[in-house]
Design a binder for this molecule. Structure first.
Ligand code: NAI
Length: 422
């Protein structure tokens, strides 16, 4: 796509400059936000602002930019890493300044922070703005549409099934490392009935990201909710730590590449339950295509095709996925009897984000579809104890803390018809 006149897709003549610059806002201050801000700033005719509401991140990032541009080190292959310099035009904690004239807003923060950003920005959002959960994680659309209120009809909400890259901030506000690209990535878009936006907006996002990953437009948002990759971490955490009492480990175990048969089997069963949910929805509602919801092993085979050296089963695929090289369990460091050791961190986003904004949402959709999810239920039951919350009671989402999750029931969706009339 020609980089010029990008913003013509946004039908807001009043804020086009002569170049037709596309104005995008990146929300967040973590790894993904650094990567998105630096990558998008390197594209022609794209003006990038960053809104970070967390602690003193806006001040620190602004200070860093006074000294020099950001560097993004892009890994194309082991021996092909390119350093690119770029800079967002503004980093702020002021939502009004951040959102002025903006065409697209990327939410690139863990899902537990989405509400805070949505509430802050909603009053400043113009008609025909595209809000993008990057990744949305399950339930992003429910939360975004509710936060926008009547404005939702004039806007569009898109959600990506995962982050397009593996990335790490090396130096805050200065240097981010793009460790690898996914090969493909699904995204769904919900377009408000009075909005001028079209699904071509997703083509513009492809231009911003570059060639990889190749986007696949998923034709309904319920499918993308069931495709969220928040299904991976909780079964692996449960499988590894469910018998844990209080021992201190001397080293952090490998997270993905340390997967054993039991963990792989748990993940596979969770995925079976999600795929069954999609099939039942498809069978109960005419003209709905849920075929994008595939088993996690098939997803690994497709999305990490070249990184995985043994595709024969889920355990081997995870253990031999180069994109997972060296990634460890989230652990907290503790001092014990004069030496240092590690204990599992159950408050890390692998549970804190991926259960209330992942598995619980999928359970909610399964409950609506009338699909039993015994494995998901057991994992939620265990995880809620670690978080000191109550989401599930028996096999129903009736726990006292369910309102803190993004289960569809929290937003009043009780039937399959409700889900498709958001
Ligand atoms: P991160 O852990 O780097 O995010 C940290 C940032 O979140 C902080 O800098 C702050 O801006 C914000 N934050 C943290 N706690 C907060 C709080 N209590 N209130 C408000 N803001 C708070 O996350 P990252 O790596 O950028 O990931 C973003 C999303 O992408 C997550 O959903 C993650 O699961 C997903 N993801 C990340 C990948 C990666 O390689 N980094 C790969 C695949 C998915």
């Amino acid at each position: 796509m020609d980089g010029r006149k990008l913003s013509r897709h946004f039908s807001r003549a009043e804020d086009l400059d002569s170049e037709g610059t596309l104005k995008i806002l990146v929300c967040g201050g973590g790894n993904g936000a650094h990567c998105m801000a630096a990558l998008a700033s390197s594209r022609p005719h794209v003006d990038v602002r960053v809104l970070t509401l967390y602690a003193d991140e806006a001040e620190r990032w602004t200070q860093a930019l006074k000294e020099e541009d950001m560097t993004i080190s892009i890994t194309y292959s082991e021996d092909n890493i390119e350093d690119v310099k770029s800079r967002p035009s503004l980093v702020t904690k002021d939502p009004a300044k951040a959102a002025e004239g903006i065409h697209m807003i990327f939410f690139t923060v863990p899902a537990f922070a989405h509400a805070q950003y949505l509430q802050a920005i909603a009053p400043h959002i113009l008609d025909n703005t595209l809000l993008i959960g990057l990744p949305g994680q399950a339930g992003f659309e429910f939360q975004a549409v509710k936060a926008l209120g009547d404005k939702a009809k004039q806007c569009a909400v898109a959600s990506f099934e995962s982050l397009p890259w593996a990335c790490r901030t090396l130096e805050f506000g200065r240097h981010v490392q793009l460790l690898g690209f996914k090969e493909a990535l699904g995204a769904a878009i919900l377009i408000g009935s009075k909005s001028n936006l079209t699904s071509h907006s997703l083509d513009i996002i492809q231009f911003i990201f570059g060639e990889n990953p190749v986007f696949k437009v998923i034709n309904n948002y319920v499918a993308i909710n069931l495709m969220a990759k928040s299904i991976i971490h909780p079964p692996l955490m449960y499988g590894r730590w469910r018998r844990y009492t209080d021992e201190v480990l001397h080293e952090k175990p490998l997270f993905y590449q340390g997967v054993d048969d039991e963990q792989a089997s748990l993940l596979s069963k969770v995925s079976d339950e999600v795929v069954m949910t999609a099939k039942v929805i498809e069978s109960k509602r005419k003209n709905i295509d849920m075929s994008a919801v595939i088993h996690i092993l098939d997803w690994y085979r497709e999305y990490y095709c070249h990184e995985i050296s043994d595709h024969s089963c889920l355990k081997n695929a995870m253990q031999t996925n180069k994109a997972y090289d060296g990634l460890l369990h989230p652990m907290k460091q503790v001092a014990t009897k004069g030496s240092e050791g590690f204990v599992p961190d159950f408050n890390y986003r692998y549970i804190r984000e991926d259960v209330p904004f992942g598995l619980v949402v999928m359970k909610g959709i399964a409950q609506i579809a009338g699909v039993d999810t015994p494995t998901i239920d057991i994992i939620i039951e265990w995880a809620q104890k670690q978080l000191n919350k109550e989401y599930i009671v028996g096999n129903r989402l009736n726990g006292k803390d369910i309102g803190e999750t993004r289960a569809p029931q929290v937003y009043g969706f009780e039937t399959i018809e409700d889900l498709f009339h958001i």
